[in-house]
Design a protein around this ligand. Sequence first.
Ligand SMILES: [Zn+2]
Length: 647
Amino acid sequence: MFKSFPVDCLNNAEIKLDGLIYLNNDELDKLLKITPKTYNNFMKPFMELQFVINEFYVPVSHMNLVNDSELSRQVYPMVLMKITKYFTELMQREDIYLALKEISKTELNIIEKKVIDDNILKFELSGVHLEADQKNRIKDMSLKLAELSDQYSKNLLDATNEFELKLKDDTYIKSMPESDKSLALQPDKSYIFTLQAPSYISFMTYCDNRDLRKEIYKAYMTRAVNNSKLIEEILSLRKEMAEILGYKNYADMNNVSMSAKSVDDVILFLEELAVKGKPFALKELADTQEFGKKLGIDNVESFDLAFINNLIKKEKLGFVEEDFLPYFESRNVTDGLLKFLSKLFDIQFVKVENVEVWDDEVVVYDLLIDNNPHARLFLDLYNRKSKRGGAWMNDWHTYRLDGDGNEYFSSAFIVANFPPPKDGKPSLLKHSDVTTLFHEAGHVIHHILSKVNEGYLSGVNGVEWDAIEFPSQFIENFAYEKKVLELFAKDFNTGKAIPDEMIDKLIKNKNFGSAMQLLRQTEFALFDMLVHQSDYSYAEVKGILNKVREKVAVILPPDYTSFENSFSHIFAGGYAAGYYSYKWAEMLSADAYLQFSEAGVFDKELARRFFDNILSRGAEETMDNLFFNFAGRKPDPEALLKTTGLL
Ligand SMILES: [Zn+2]
């Protein structure tokens, strides 16, 4: 049934892992000798071998994130290195690739065929099928690209750390929240602001001196000019790599692992968003300009937006985050979230006592479907010293049947850093914490509600990159629904339900400035998609960005800016030709959510369809198909404008 969490997993972890890898390689040798190879005699046991490694690795990496210790710091890097080496070498093995090719010619059902095809594609993207010299070239290029990305990040970091703006007192930052101010305060009572995101954003929002805003903005937007050379090299290598692997360009190559059917589809989608969002963004800008005039700013520029909009927001919405705290006591929120999921999808969460966990605060639930145990969920929600910051979901076991028909249950963790209850005071959450929790719960149910028999395509495994945020963003929407908030948003002192006006405020606050935000994301995504179509020179890259802006943006930044030199998502992170994923997944989630909202949220038939076609299906089919099966049509980009209050 359920395996308990191995709290001692760090002890002798390296030796245990060496043992597992040794046994795996031995087993793999035996599998490779089988003739003729079939799905059942090779692929099934081959996949089980990888699950064994993964299920060993997850708790070790998890402990490193949630229980930092002398031991974890010593053990984790070694384990990570061995795991990376193991999987890298596995993907280079031509004998496995040939075995997959052999099996692809046998008779397979649709799901088996997808498992094999997806695996073959993965191997081919690492160049395993090429001639030796090309194979070596791919390897060299991969290393070089990693080096260039790293250099790009370093240049950006250096440039970010180079700049400081010093204020001798708080004359120009009077309205800044004390918490932000205290971070900038120096022993001599002066204030220092930097280009680190929290400091920069706070300054741009609250500094009422326009020249100072302009000064820090200019420094921010001209960071890392030395990255322009790297951009050329990165684009050139990506283009060459794509061509060797048989694709027209990098964007096309990346598209094969996505749910969007083609690069053209993505571009059309983004252009449509730009066209539809623009009139609303122009209206938002007009409001900003009008308010700006009252402040004596006749020509609003990019460096005025955050400042003016914050004042408008204050005047129009009167949104004060602290007012909401009493309604979101953390245990109420957690219970309410599980109640909501149970009610919507007709499932049950049953608290499990007396199981071993890594910290006393961890709460464990079993998920029951039709009264049968199906998965286990671990919640570790409170901040503590030994835990990494932020919030995330991590999947551990995956639902599947092995070759002998044995059923494996799934499991997942939600980790967050909410304030713990202290000295008899409850843990009260901001509404943004509530949405975070809902978001991660969306990832969790996508994983643990899976009923896919093939582990490789079960839960979040194998889901295309531009669809992975679909269920999480879908669930996040419900944190603003009255019918859902009714389940738990009660004042922890009086038990009084959150008033409707306050829910309205939450929604208005979320939607404020959403059109300009939409266009900004669209601008970045379109630039990313276009720039990855060839080995452009730096001048051409700038030209592409300018053209995109002329089409999309409602306010053009000054000529001196060089945003491309700090767009690390695509030049140093994993989002190359994939930045659009944020909006793409949001379109799917907005469309699905609207159907629920319009049907009054708790609609049994609709929920069943969502469960049967999306949540329980993992990557059995492409998300494109799964969505079509659910909705009976393609997703509608306009949904995105509706959920942000524009339509
Ligand atoms: Zn997410």
